[in-house]
Every structure is written in structure tokens, then in C-alpha cells.
Design a protein around this ligand. Structure first.
Ligand SMILES: *Cc1c(COP(=O)(O)O)cnc(C)c1O
Length: 227
């Protein structure tokens, strides 16, 4: 068995265990394998292990990669999205996790209309308030959602967050809990939260989508700054 396949099996087991601890059904948690910077060989290994859903954080990179496994995988956009990449993003991704403004949503709506598509999106919320993070302030969520819900080609299915990285993974729990409370308050379904270092806590707190890269594909080289 390839190392990637081995890692995926281990992650599935850890997802099941975390679901049990949280009193949840494992099938209510979807694994998004984060394949940014990962070359096609390792994507093939993941596909061979039955993993068909991948997350990318750069439109340019995804545009080159997706055709290489065409028709066999599903793709989510998890990274910060620039307005000038929206057209491609609508063409490439089933779900966009990182919508954080009415302006970006309007642009997505325009290109979704153009493509004759309903674009599923999540709203990214900066629950920790860290200045370095993208995302809506929790207090702006209600008004933003009201505006975005007027856009006919978008379907808001839930919320996404990135918790602050801390040595002690329990420190992430209050942020995940806060996102779940917001999700419940606005009657949404999906909660995209949890990465390699904190996904088990996120699942205990209600994550429905976990975005995991390093634990599947190994440590990756850093992205160059986007041009
Ligand atoms: C890279 C990335 C991930 C995956 O992170 P790992 O630590 O490799 O699991 C998840 N979410 C977002 C938004 C990312 O950019």
C-alpha cells in the first residue's frame, strides 16, 4: 500500500473515533484532502485509496491540476479568492469555502449566472479575530448573509473557519464551538473546520467538512507569494 493510502486509512479511523467521542455519525463528516502543492502521482495514490474529494487553495494551480485527473475527482476551493480569479473558480470548483464579502459574492453570482450554474459557497468567519486571518467578523455575518441570500445563483450552505495554531490543540475548541453556534443561529448545514493539527477537536465540536493536507500527503513546500 502506498504511504498516501496508508495515511488516508489512518485519518478515516481517527475521524470515526472523533465522531464517536462527539456522539456523532462518522458518515456526517466529509474528508477534503488538501492537495495544494501536491503532484499528480500522489493524487493518483489518493484516488486509488478511494479519496475523490480534494481541496485547493490557488486557482492557477488547480486549473493546471484538475484536468490531469478529469472526471474522477471533486474539487473545493479552500483558499483566499481574488476577484480576478472568480471566473475560473466558478468553472473549477463545486464548493467555495472562502467567501468573505458581498463584493466577492456578487462577482461569483455574476460568473455563476454566466456559466448557467448554481454555485455552492460557504462563508469564512474569522472567529478568533486574529488580524492575519481572512474572513468575516462574527458581528457582520447576519447583514452579509442577508445580502448574499439575495443573489440568485449562489447557495450558502454553511460556514468555514481556520482556528489559530497553538501548541495545545484544546485551545482551538472555543473557536470551533463558536462557529457551530453561528451555524446553528443562521440555520445552515455545513461546518468546514479542522486541519491536520486540530481536526479531531473540530469533529467533536460538529465539523461536517475537515480539510486535511499534511497528515495525508506529508509536509509540503511553502507556496510562493501569489502574483
Ligand atoms: C493548507 C490548508 C489546509 C490543510 O492544512 P494541513 O495542516 O496541511 O492539514 C486546510 N485549510 C486551509 C484553508 C488551508 O489553506
Amino acid at each position: 500500500m502506498s504511504e498516501v493510502a496508508h495515511n488516508i486509512n489512518q485519518i478515516r479511523q481517527r475521524i470515526r473515533s472523533a465522531a464517536e467521542r462527539g456522539g456523532r455519525r462518522p458518515e456526517d463528516i466529509t474528508l477534503v484532502a488538501v492537495s495544494k502543492t501536491i503532484e499528480p502521482e500522489r493524487l493518483e495514490a489518493a484516488l486509488g485509496a478511494g479519496q475523490t474529494l480534494f481541496g485547493e487553495s490557488r486557482v492557477q494551480e488547480a486549473k493546471a491540476k484538475i484536468p490531469l485527473v478529469s472526471g474522477r475527482a471533486h474539487w473545493h476551493m479552500i483558499g483566499h479568492l481574488q476577484t480576478n480569479k472568480v471566473r475560473d473558480a466558478v468553472a473549477l470548483f463545486e464548493v467555495i469555502h472562502s467567501v468573505e464579502s458581498v463584493k466577492l459574492a456578487s462577482e461569483l453570482n455574476k460568473w455563476a449566472e454566466h456559466a448557467g450554474k448554481t454555485q455552492v459557497i460557504l462563508l469564512e468567519v474569522n472567529v478568533s479575530g486574529e488580524g492575519s486571518k481572512f474572513g468575516l467578523k462574527p458581528e457582520d455575518l447576519e447583514s452579509t448573509l442577508t445580502e448574499i441570500n439575495k443573489l440568485p445563483r449562489l447557495e450558502v450552505q454553511g460556514l468555514m473557519t481556520i482556528a489559530p495554531v497553538a501548541e495545545e490543540v484544546e485551545k482551538a475548541r472555543p473557536y470551533f464551538r463558536r462557529l457551530r453556534e453561528l451555524r446553528d443561529a443562521f440555520n445552515l448545514r455545513e461546518l468546514s473546520m479542522g486541519m491536520t493539527h486540530d481536526f479531531e477537536v473540530a469533529i467533536e465540536e460538529g465539523a461536517t467538512l475537515v480539510r486535511i493536507g499534511a497528515a495525508i500527503f506529508g509536509e509540503r513546500k511553502r507556496h510562493e507569494p501569489e502574483e
